[in-house]
Design a protein around this ligand. Structure first.
Ligand code: GAR
Length: 208
């Protein structure tokens, strides 16, 4: 059984989907052992507590710089004996020392079809605002491994979602979550826990 640590900062709907997927057996061979939040007021913490999952809170402004903060994040991850770390709406930038310690062992869910609308500054609602500004007709979500490049790691699963007339960033965000994020994130996590993802040349191959 693989130990999963989930990093959150906000509402935690993706965390909830992972909790539900664990309960219903959709995630095979994996267990959420701890939720770490960068925000003490994140509702995600409440979701974890309701499900008797251990929580930790590490706030960036309590540290002099990103390196010191990241050292403590890594320490927490190692103390929890994490085999997999999931970024589920984790909005705090951390130093590459964490990724280097967990190569291809950290999965992020991003609310667009990478390499579109990703990288520095593209997070949360901003992504959907930019999608609507540009007028693309199709967007979606991507589950990918985290590497040293922001949103640049090997892609595991993507799912497309249509942009519709009259969409606001909020409406589009909800559709992308419902139709894409909440479907592909548990799938990617389960594939990892079942050792079904092979990484080569910054790409993945999924074993059936
Ligand atoms: C999700 O849409 C997730 O894809 C996005 O933040 C939201 C968090 O929602 N993440 C990023 O933009 C990362 N670059 P949640 O807290 O309800 O899961």
């Amino acid at each position: 059984m693989k130990n999963i640590v989930v990093l959150v900062s906000g509402g935690g709907t993706n965390l909830q989907v992972l909790i539900d997927a664990q309960k219903s057996g959709v995630i095979k061979n994996g267990k959420i052992v701890c939720v770490i939040s960068s925000n003490p007021n994140a509702y995600a913490l409440e979701r974890a507590r309701k499900n008797n999952i251990k929580t930790r809170t590490l706030v960036r402004k309590d540290y002099p710089d990103s390196v010191e903060y990241s050292k403590d994040i890594l320490k927490a991850i190692q103390e929890e004996k994490a085999d997999l770390v999931v970024y589920a709406g984790f909005m705090t930038i951390i130093d590459e020392l964490v990724v280097k310690a967990m190569p291809n062992k950290m999965i992020n869910i991003h609310p667009s079809l990478i390499p579109s609308f990703c990288g520095k500054g593209y997070y949360g609602l901003h992504v959907h605002e930019e999608v609507l500004k540009r007028g693309v007709k199709v967007t979606g979500a991507t589950a990918h491994f985290v590497n040293e490049v922001c949103d640049g790691g090997p892609i595991i699963i993507q799912k497309a979602v249509e942009v519709q007339n009259g969409d606001t960033p909020e409406i589009l965000q909800k559709r992308v979550m419902e139709q894409a994020e909440w479907k592909i994130l548990p799938k990617a996590v389960s594939l990892f826990c079942e050792d079904k993802i092979i990484v080569k040349d910054n790409k993945t191959e999924i074993l059936d």
